[in-house]
Design a protein around this ligand. Structure first.
Ligand code: PMP
Length: 440
């Protein structure tokens, strides 16, 4: 009997024993193509020699030093490298152990920034529906996924949610893409005015929405308008790139494609590429200066922040992404994958939308293409597809609709950036087997 507390207590899972490039191998020797990189984590595949060597070297030299007493070489070097690449005025890096810790820290930093400036009335965060920012209570409150929040609603801080920029589901007939983007962005201004501008501290959003909607980028102009509104009302812009950052969308930072820079940026998954648990929160010089010139102490912290082995892994990962041209490869192979998906499933009666950027791709499934009607959530289409694909040897990330009747089941693909063109065929072949089985 297993003593591990699994996600699904009734599921019987195979035991993963090895990783080989884009594949995971179970105890029976079965190979699975990791088409979702776990959950947009494994950007370098599962057996990157340089990252493994960097971890081994660091753990042999210095495994841990608490950041309350000392900094470490890999943490300093990784922060320098990230800041050398980061957009806008991002200037300091606060390391954490994962995505939820990054978004949680961002919310607290936003609050403390305003306090340091004597703006103590600023306490509201605005976020978006159909978004996910993590599972700890602050992060969960920021997320707008009704299903994930439901059980814990009485425990969550009050965060308001405006519309996402979700063109496939929301854009009106005859409305241009640009006008649509401006319309939904302006919901932020309306909400700031409703709450009282002097009470709003931050707006949080994913540049390309991952775990709730399946790789949904905003339309052109949306984030520029969001940035304008934030600036006008002194509201900090927090971009959550935990899933879509680190080259996943074909840019090292996803917001580069939108032409905006945030005040606070959260990254995780691809930063450690699965080799170590690590996340980070990058903040602007202005925010850092407010703390430094004020109390001089960010009232936050975890035991493992800036962990030497985790930051050594992150450093090796970011170097690999940059030195091996893998961000560009994500952009190019992403186009190839998209073209293959369009060729194979573009006319499928239950495929409503194929979208995404780089190697971050979403397939939205519908009961009816014409009316874009989602499947009845009770049918569990996404879960059945996950199972059928898994049996065929493909790991893909299925998501049930958010059950608010607006977005339906979808599948997320986020393979390692090292995949080959033949492996793109392997993904589409196996996906077709699964789709034929579940939606004949
Ligand atoms: N933000 C986003 C956008 C995410 O996709 C996730 C994880 N799916 C998180 C935050 C939370 O990250 P973690 O699971 O590492 O806590």
């Amino acid at each position: 009997m297993s003593h591990v507390f699994p996600r699904h207590t009734k599921a019987v899972l195979p035991t993963a024993v090895a990783g080989d490039g884009c594949y995971l191998i179970d105890a029976n020797g079965k190979r699975y193509f990791d088409g979702s990189g776990g959950a947009a984590v494994s950007c370098l595949g599962h057996s990157d020699a340089e990252v493994i060597a960097a971890i081994q070297e660091q753990v042999g030299k210095l495994a841990f030093a608490h950041t309350g007493f000392m900094t470490s070489e890999p943490a300093e070097a990784l922060a320098d490298l990230l800041i050398s690449q980061a957009p806008g005025d991002l200037n300091r890096v606060y390391f954490v152990s994962g995505g939820s810790e990054a978004t949680e820290a961002a919310i607290k930093l936003a609050r403390q920034y305003h306090l340091e400036r004597g703006d103590s009335a600023r306490r509201h965060v605005i976020a978006r529906r159909q978004s996910y920012h993590g599972n700890t209570l602050g992060a969960l409150a920021a997320g707008g996924n009704a299903w994930r929040r439901q059980q814990f609603a009485p425990l969550l801080i009050d965060i308001s949610h405006i519309a996402p920029c979700y063109e496939y589901v929301d854009r009106g007939e005859g409305e241009s893409r640009y006008d649509y983007g401006q319309r939904v962005a302006n919901e932020l201004e309306a909400e700031i005015l409703r709450l009282g501008p002097e009470t709003v501290m931050a707006f949080m959003a994913e540049p390309v929405v991952g775990a709730t909607s399946g790789a949904v980028p905003a339309v052109e102009g949306y984030f520029k308008r969001i940035r304008e509104i934030c600036d006008q009302y002194g509201v900090l812009l927090i971009l959550d790139e935990v899933m879509c950052g680190m080259g996943r969308t074909g840019h090292l930072f996803a917001c580069e494609a939108d032409g905006v820079a945030p005040d606070i940026l959260c990254i995780a998954k691809g930063l450690g590429a699965g080799y170590q648990p690590i996340g980070a929160m990058l903040c602007s010089r202005q925010i850092y200066d407010a703390i430094e010139g004020g109390s001089g102490f960010f009232q936050h912290g975890h035991t493992y922040i800036g962990h030497p082995v985790a930051t050594a892994a992150g450093l090796a990962v970011v170097r690999a992404l940059l030195d091996r041209g893998l961000v560009q490869r994500s952009a190019e192979m992403g186009e190839t994958l998209h073209a293959a998906l369009v060729a194979r499933f573009g006319q499928h009666p239950h495929v409503g939308d194929l979208r995404g950027r780089g190697l971050f791709r979403g397939i939205e499934l519908v009961a009816d293409r014409e009316s874009k009607t989602p499947f009845d959530p009770g049918l569990g289409i996404a879960g059945k597809l996950k199972k059928a694909a898994f049996e065929a040897g493909l790991i893909c990330y299925p998501m049930a609709g958010t059950r608010d009747g607006r977005n339906g089941d979808h599948i997320l693909l986020a393979p390692p950036f090292i995949l080959s063109e033949d492996q793109i065929d392997e993904i589409t072949d196996k996906l077709e087997v699964a789709l034929d089985q579940v939606l004949p």
